[in-house]
Design a protein around this ligand. Structure first.
Ligand code: FEO
Length: 388
């Protein structure tokens, strides 16, 4: 049974739900995801985006329930990443009259690099695609989150098909924002931004500048539920996140060999609590880097600690630091700490990365030989308290 929903007369969600999707290039997706494709049936019929290749057959089945496949006039590809373009070859094969429409130069280049010598109508910002009574107007949104991303606006219905922007990795049988539990929805939107869009704050602000004056009533992203009730709130969140604004909180991230660094993490957390700063403590043996990044994105203070192992940090911390470096959160105040047995490089290595990220660093790295005594933990706590 199909799950398509009508967003407006003749405008359908024909996406596919991937309930057990759990991993997106480093991003743990605990609530699955959806690959959102949309079908507009006017005098012409246009399919906006496809789905991951294994879901293409189900997509075609859902489209065929609405319009015969040989009557599809356009396949509009807003984004090359395979979770949206994986079904392009299958749709073109099944829909002999469908013309491929994509952005230039990056869209067509990317699609050909994935699927071979495709023919396409190429469009750029300002171009439109008449469909009859209505038409699509294109706005390129490069680096949200690949160079080819593009949004399409259907002004007669006020619907913006936003591609990755405003998405959530969130499989839901409910289609709209106001049908989903609000806190969960915004948490998923934040986690998605933190793990996918965070390095691209500048492009995100440019996209917001282009999108907001269109006054969309509905935002239909490439993943997750469709926004129709909380647009001002998600716009405000995107402005905060793109500008790297914090919410005043702290997060302590650590990995520990025999518990000494964990005790130091608890002492650091106690310092933040003492100063009335909301804090969360995230051990990397129990938490995914994606969940940690969702907290880091909005935190003011980020304390990071690791035991030293073989002149470096522990392997889960190495993975986290590599991920952190790539996502490059800005405007943080950092604190590096950790215990060691004989060489003790880890706090210095963590501090170096924080420096590279341009963070404020009011504290020296805090190193502890083997296990900290209660006095040492109190020293750590007081050192933090002085400058929080
Ligand atoms: Fe869901 Fe950048 O793709």
């Amino acid at each position: 049974m199909s799950l398509h929903h009508e967003l407006a007369a003749g405008v359908y969600w024909v996406g596919q739900l991937d309930w057990n999707f759990r991993y997106a290039h480093g991003f743990s997706t605990d609530r699955g995801s959806s690959y959102n494709a949309y079908l507009i049936v006017d005098e012409k019929a246009a399919l906006i985006d496809t789905v991951e290749a294994p879901f293409a057959e189900a997509l075609l089945r859902d489209v065929a329930e609405i319009v015969p496949l040989d009557q599809l006039d356009y396949l509009v590809s807003l984004h090359v990443e395979p979770d949206h373009s994986g079904g392009v070859p299958a749709v073109l094969a099944a829909c002999p009259n469908a013309k491929l429409v994509t952005s230039t130069p990056a869209g067509i280049k990317g699609l050909r690099a994935h699927y071979g010598p495709l023919e396409a109508v190429t469009v750029k910002t300002g171009d439109s695609l008449p469909l009859g009574r209505r038409g699509l107007h294109f706005v390129q949104t490069p680096m949200l989150h690949w160079p080819d991303n593009m949004a399409a606006f259907l002004p007669e219905e006020g619907i913006l098909f936003s591609s990755d922007a405003f998405g959530q990795h969130y499989a839901s049988s409910l289609r709209f924002d106001d049908q989903a539990p609000k806190e969960r929805l915004f948490a998923e939107a934040a986690k998605y931004y933190a793990n996918i869009v965070l390095p691209f704050g500048g492009p995100a602000l440019k996209a917001l500048e282009a999108i907001k004056p269109l006054n969309p009533r509905v935002i239909a992203p490439a993943h997750g539920v469709v926004w129709r009730s909380y647009l001002p709130e998600i716009f405000a969140k995107y402005e905060d996140w793109a500008n790297h604004r914090d919410n005043g909180s702290a997060v302590v991230v650590y990995d520990t060999m025999w518990g000494a660094t964990e005790r130091m993490a608890r002492a650091a957390a106690a310092a933040f609590m003492d100063r009335g700063v909301p804090v969360e403590v995230m051990g990397l043996q129990r938490n995914t880097v994606a969940d940690v990044m969702a907290l880091v994105m909005e935190a003011k203070y980020v304390a990071v600690g690791s035991s030293t192992q073989n002149t470096g940090v522990l392997p889960p911390m190495a993975a986290f630091l590599s991920y952190l470096k790539g996502l490059a959160p800005k405007n943080k105040t950092g604190f590096a700490f950790g215990s060691y047995g004989w060489s003790g490089q880890s706090p210095g290595l963590i501090q170096e990365l924080m420096q590279e990220l341009g963070w404020t660093l009011p504290w020296e790295p805090f190193r502890q030989l083997y296990a900290p005594t209660d006095e040492v933990l109190e020293t750590l706590k007081q050192a933090l308290i002085e400058k929080i």
